[in-house]
Design a protein around this ligand. Structure first.
Ligand code: NAD
Length: 263
């Protein structure tokens, strides 16, 4: 299936590894001109080089922390200069630390909102003028299934990501008539490096084996397995495709059925 995004200009943030990296690779495979950013010059350059080798695509790497609004602005301007536009925006960042309400101060909430909510809003504000100019755009915000079904030990993440759902849904109403869609994806447990590190830590803390770690996660997943970054990335690639132009304002779980609600 041709997704119709050959030659489209895409930005995927926080993409030196994990879900962001997988999405960037998939978009490059589909023929988009992809820019990626991360906080370490060395890691983001290495990621870009890996994608280029795998896809033969045009991939640009930027050193930018998504919470640094100035750096994000400069990056988007540079993308416009280099590729002529910005058609596809995939907003991603790391997750805030786990914990319960008594573990955190108000400053911890501020940091989580900066990392996951305000970074997304800022990226959208920077990208929208270019999308409006071409009357075509695709915005996807990577959140978490915890935004729909809060997980007890993720109070910072639950709070910040619910805000992203509210922002993107509202934005989607306001830009759809301009040919721009805005959607959220809500990953459930997906086997990225981060999850692999958690499994190793679980084992090194002598809480059980790595298999025990995955067995605990899987117990709550109807699919009976954790997801792969590749299947996550293929879903995001479809959402930014030409053919998905009538999918607007959704918050789509990619979670093997972990979320138990019906809407
Ligand atoms: P990951 O830790 O493997 O990768 C996150 C990437 O973001 C890394 O490259 C990291 O360097 C980069 N990053 C972190 N903070 C950044 C910042 N301020 N600016 C720029 N880059 C930054 O995580 P992942 O598993 O790929 O998850 C991606 C997002 O999806 C996270 O927000 C995570 O909480 C969320 N999520 C993941 C899962 C899962 O099971 N993997 C499930 C639900 C939600």
């Amino acid at each position: 299936m041709d997704l119709g995004i050959k030659g489209r200009v895409a930005l995927v943030t926080a993409a030196s590894r994990g879900l962001g990296f997988a999405v960037a690779e998939q978009l490059s495979r589909e023929g988009a001109m992809v820019s990626i950013c991360g906080r370490s010059r060395e890691r983001i350059d290495a990621a870009a080089e890996t994608i280029r080798k795998k896809t033969n695509g045009d991939v640009a790497a930027f050193e930018a922390d998504v919470t640094d609004h100035g750096a994000v602005k400069d990056m988007v301007q540079e993308i416009k200069k280099r590729f002529g536009s910005l058609d596809i925006l995939v907003c991603n960042a790391g997750g805030p630390p786990p914990g319960m309400h008594h573990d955190f101060s108000i400053d911890d909430y501020r940091a989580a909102l900066e990392l996951n909510l305000l970074s997304t809003i800022n990226l959208c504000y920077e990208a929208l003028p270019f999308m409006k100019e071409r009357r075509w755009g695709r915005i996807v915000a990577i959140t978490s299934v915890a935004a729909k079904q809060p997980l007890d030990n993720l109070i910072l993440s639950n709070t910040a990501r619910a805000g992203v759902l509210g922002f993107i849904k509202t934005l989607s109403n306001q830009v759809a008539s301009l040919g721009i869609t805005a959607n959220c994806v809500c990953p459930g447990y997906t086997k990225t490096e981060r999850v692999e590190e958690l499994a190793k830590k679980f084992a090194s803390d002598e809480k059980g084996s790595e298999d025990d770690f995955y067995d605990r996660l899987i117990a709550a997943i109807p699919a009976g397995r954790v997801g792969s970054p590749e299947e996550f990335a293929q879903t995001v690639a479809f959402l930014v495709s030409a053919g998905a132009g009538y999918i607007n304002g959704v918050a789509l779980q990619i979670d093997g059925g972990f979320y138990r609600g019906i809407i």
